[in-house]
Design a protein. Structure first.
Length: 443
């Protein structure tokens, strides 16, 4: 992030605008709409910067802009110079203004046109009366926070206000009806407060944040605590609510980690304490994820639990690498297996081996013993669907050497082995100018 987005209260405060150009007039109008006391002058030589909290420069000439910039900086006032990012202490984003709801879009000066396009899309998506909904929430904020002590219950109340009948009435212009609904909600919240939380066993998918389900993304914003696998990447954890507690409970081969029983005990403890907990698992919770054990532990404790599926690694990586796991011309079945139990393989079949790269030789031998041809195509995919995804392809006979070649590039990420004729269809989607192609054929 190049610029830190801040919303600056300028109401009743002096802001100097230097220039009489159209760009200067637009800046003056924007700042004036926020309640600032705008002083607009033709050139900096006539400006009084004393007491100013900010200055905008748009003289229309480079010489005039630079002269005004020098005077403004000498006065110690933060300055924005139109179309000259190198001279700016701060930038002016594209703004969507809906009364109390303000959305700012910035590209850090890289492309004002892109920011304008994004602003137009946001304007189309935001209801015209969204400001009335914000005003409704502001009216009841102190009362709700005083009445509802549990953070999870409080967040649930505000979500109901925004997404439920009260919010819909506010957006429809019925402010009186919206207030009646909120008052009823507050009365119900006072009587129905609960001390028990809930656990959500959530699949994070193979690593690409855009492959999270809508439900998973919503729960990341609702959780008090997120107990996550070590394989869940930072880009997905960044989708969590800012004040959510992030607890790594991952298990990685060769590293100290949480025991499964300790994870289950922690889930039970937190839910009993009234927390909304997300147990975030790479891929899908019920595909080599031990999600079933955690559900059983929570149910045995009499605690509420839900399961949100994720795109399992096999499906996400197959799509990312253009490998159809089934293709009626060459493969009619798929087997998912862990690296500890690769066996019972037959021809005309796709085999997806999870967690098998470190045991590639054993996986190869078991598949060969089960009758799979040594010439069968294979692909090993590391960090599938992520920006640093890497794939090596070859034949089953060379599986161990393929795994070694992948590991030789440094600290290996999570990997998946795909065995079968469909693995030969892996196609690189990298741009030609990249120095290191994502796919490497090892022969």
């Amino acid at each position: 992030m190049k610029h830190l987005p801040l919303f600056f209260d300028v109401a009743g405060r002096k802001v100097v605008v230097v220039g009489m150009s159209a760009a200067a007039d637009r800046r003056a109008a924007t700042v004036r709409s926020a309640g600032a006391l705008v002083v607009q002058v033709a050139d900096a030589g006539t400006a009084d910067f004393s007491g100013a909290v900010a200055a905008f420069i748009a003289t229309g000439t480079e010489e005039g802009d630079r002269a005004a910039h020098r005077l403004t900086k000498a006065a110690g006032v933060p300055v924005n110079v139109a179309d000259r990012p190198a001279l700016c202490d701060f930038i002016l984003p594209a703004i969507v203004d809906r009364d109390d709801v303000v959305v700012a879009v910035s590209t850090g000066g890289a492309s004002p046109t892109l920011a304008t396009v994004l602003r137009g899309r946001i304007e189309q998506a935001l209801p015209e009366r969204i400001g009335a909904l914000a005003a409704l929430a502001k009216t009841f904020r102190k009362q709700a926070n005083a009445l509802i002590s549990q953070p999870a219950e409080r967040r649930a109340f505000w979500r109901r206000l925004v997404e439920g009948p009260a919010g819909k009435l506010a957006l429809a212009g019925d402010s009186a009806g919206a207030r009646r609904v909120v008052l009823s909600e507050l009365d119900g919240a006072r009587r129905a407060a609960t001390d028990v939380g809930i656990a959500h066993i959530v699949g994070a998918g193979p690593g690409d944040p855009d492959l999270l389900t809508l439900r998973a993304a919503q729960l990341l914003q609702e959780a008090d605590a997120i107990l996550h696998d070590d394989l869940v990447p930072p880009a997905i954890l960044a989708r969590a609510r800012r004040d959510a507690e992030l607890v790594s409970v991952g298990k990685r081969k060769g590293r100290a980690s949480w025991a499964q029983r300790d994870i289950e005990a922690e889930l039970v403890r937190r839910v009993r304490a009234g927390e909304t907990v997300v147990r975030l698992k790479a891929g899908d919770p019920f595909v080599f994820g031990r999600g079933g054990e955690e559900v059983d532990a929570l149910r045995a404790a009499g605690l509420p639990v839900s399961v949100v599926p994720g795109i399992t690694a096999a499906l996400g990586i197959a799509a990312s690498t253009n490998i159809p796991l089934t293709d009626r011309r060459v493969a009619s079945a798929v087997t998912f297996m862990s690296g500890h139990a690769a066996a019972d393989a037959t021809g005309g079949h796709t085999h997806v081996v999870y967690m098998g790269a470190s045991e590639a030789a054993s996986v190869r031998d078991r598949l060969l013993d089960a009758g799979v041809s040594p010439r069968t195509p294979v692909a090993i995919v590391e960090n599938g669907t992520r920006p640093d995804e890497r794939v090596v392809t070859g034949s089953l006979a060379d599986l161990a050497r393929l795994a070694v070649s992948l590991d030789s590039h440094g600290d290996a990420g999570p990997s998946l082995i795909i065995v079968g004729d469909v693995a030969a269809r892996a196609v690189s989607t990298e741009l030609p100018q990249l120095a290191q192609p994502r796919f490497a054929q090892v022969s």
